[in-house]
Design a binder for this molecule. Sequence first.
Ligand code: V07
Length: 267
Amino acid sequence: MGWMNPRWGMRKGQPLSSLHVNPGNLPRHVAIIMDGNGRWAHRRGLPRVAGHRAGMKAVKEVTRAADEIGIQVLTLYAFSTENWKRPREEVDYLMRLPQEFLDRELQELDEHGVRVRLIGETDGLPPHTLRAVEAAMGRTRNNTGLILNFALNYGARAELVNAVRSIARRVKDGELRPEDVDEATISAALQTRGLPDPDLLIRTSGELRISNFLLWQIAYSELWFTDVLWPDFTREHLFEAVRAYQSRQRRFGGVDSLPPSDVHSGQ
Ligand code: V07
């Protein structure tokens, strides 16, 4: 069990290494672009799929760590709408990972009260992939702990297109007046409806891009980029990012740093 790692010792049930994460100033929602799996494998002379497999271990460790420090929502970018362009064999392999992960981890996640959720175009997923994730969502629906939100076949622009279409339809049907469309209308039309926006977005592997991940939702997120490849990303790296978030909040936490959405100027 990662959080019982004796290297760090324990105090009041908490590993010493997470003590410097301030429990009062946590990001509620952390989103992660899990990049660098292929590069990790290449550096070891292994096939890309070996990197994806190693990446699953990091998913497990980071989920446990997020739960342990009390993060409310963890959104993980597992498969983008652009990833279909990869070789057929790699895509087939990736599409078996959700089931494999859940077969191994769902029991423990459920026991910890974790709720599994999904964002992305579910229609495009192979039936066996969708079945596994839907079963996990059903089983954990009434849990009240960490929300573990997987982005699968997700693209932010496609999500916004669907949101605009659903709003346009409500306007056309006379349910909604154009002048009543506001930020809350759009937030509620996205697949992340009901979730807080990410406070912290992490991207691994040194790329400094958003790559069509949550575009609307990250308007005011703190961004944390690291050169660490995703399979090498540990609980300590998560805590490092959270501590950086907390120190930024301390330095810029004055009234002036309140995002306009908190002021609701209406403009
Ligand atoms: C995938 C491992 C992590 C690194 C990124 C690419 C490879 C976990 C899941 C998953 C998805 C849904 C779910 C449960 C687990 C996953 C894909 C790829 C496609 F409900 N890891 N992981 N899905 N990788």
